[in-house]
Design a protein around this ligand. Structure first.
Ligand code: UTP
Length: 277
């Protein structure tokens, strides 16, 4: 059983400056809801109620978001506006939240290792909240699909998506052996390869299930691309033992860490959810 979900949110968000100078990119809203709330909703839908954040400087608003604001809530009590907080109130009631700080931003792998005391020794999910995901037509979120797969396969799983060849340098890219239409046993993975060096056009997006031995592997993983400790390099060690699956998820994903993806997500949510209210 997976209960815990780690949100590494300590990155600088340089693609979104100046908005992210004093504010976490995960607090940026798609319509009226911060990115991070979509992520926690997806985790809860997958049955994950222990929410762990690896935060950094300028990220305090995330903690405040998942807490009660007594003054504000007193102000709107009994008005129609109260309903606007019901979604986040449900998360606060059903989930527990814990936080630790990454002091130096040494990469995603390092951020995940920083979260180790909050996870302990059990399998866990990782959500990069700037990848906004919507699930299949039955309403099953991407994380839920992955948790179900984990129950069957009991190994690390990365969500993957086909991307245009000229975009491989923005992602970790995998190669592997197909198991079925959606599942691949990963044999190789490379962080941000140039298109000519990419082993495929299957990119890892911001949803992972990791087995806890990954912590020790990360500890022994030297800094890779950009001098950062890369989760891709650590996962490659598991992949070499046949212990990583790539999953072509059902649903849609928007890269909200980029302005283009953010605008696309905003338009999609406006058309799909807001207009239908
Ligand atoms: P990104 O590669 O998107 O980096 O990190 P970033 O700093 O957030 O954004 P850009 O590229 O500069 O615009 C992927 C995820 O890993 C987290 C980020 O918060 C993001 O969720 N991360 C990255 C950390 O928590 N710590 C790090 O040291 C690096």
């Amino acid at each position: 059983m997976i209960r815990k979900c780690l949100f590494p949110v300590a990155g600088y968000g340089t693609r979104f400056l100046p908005a992210t100078k004093a504010m976490a990119k995960e607090i940026l809203p798609i319509l009226d809801k911060p990115l991070v709330q979509y992520g926690v909703e997806e985790a809860l839908e997958a049955g994950l109620t222990d929410i762990a954040f690896v935060t950094g400087r300028t990220k305090r608003a995330i903690e405040d978001h998942f807490d009660i604001n007594y003054e504000l809530e007193d102000q709107i009590r009994g008005t129609a506006k109260e309903a606007m907080l019901s979604g986040v109130r449900e998360l606060i009631e059903k989930c527990t939240f814990s936080y630790t700080r990454q002091i130096q931003m040494k990469g995603l792998g390092h951020a995940i290792l920083t979260g180790r005391p909050l996870i302990g020794y059990e399998p866990f999910a990782v959500v990069l909240a700037d990848d906004l995901c919507f699930g299949d037509t039955a309403g099953h979120g991407v994380l839920r699909q992955m948790v179900e797969l984990y129950a069957k396969h009991q190994c690390s799983i990365v969500a993957i998506e086909e991307v245009p060849r000229d975009q491989t340098s923005s992602y970790g890219v995998i190669a592997g052996v197909p198991i079925d239409d959606r599942l691949i046993r990963v044999t190789d993975m490379v962080e941000k390869p140039k298109p000519e060096d990419a082993p495929s056009n299957l990119a890892i997006i911001g949803r992972y299930i990791l087995t806890p031995d990954i912590f020790e592997i990360i500890e022994n993983t030297p800094p890779g691309r950009n001098g950062e400790v890369q989760i891709t390099d650590a996962l490659l060690r598991q992949a070499k033992e046949g212990r990583v699956l790539g999953y072509k998820f059902r649903g849609q994903r928007f890269d909200c860490g980029s302005v283009e993806g953010f605008v696309e997500a905003t338009n999609y949510c406006f058309e799909t959810f807001y207009k239908k209210q």
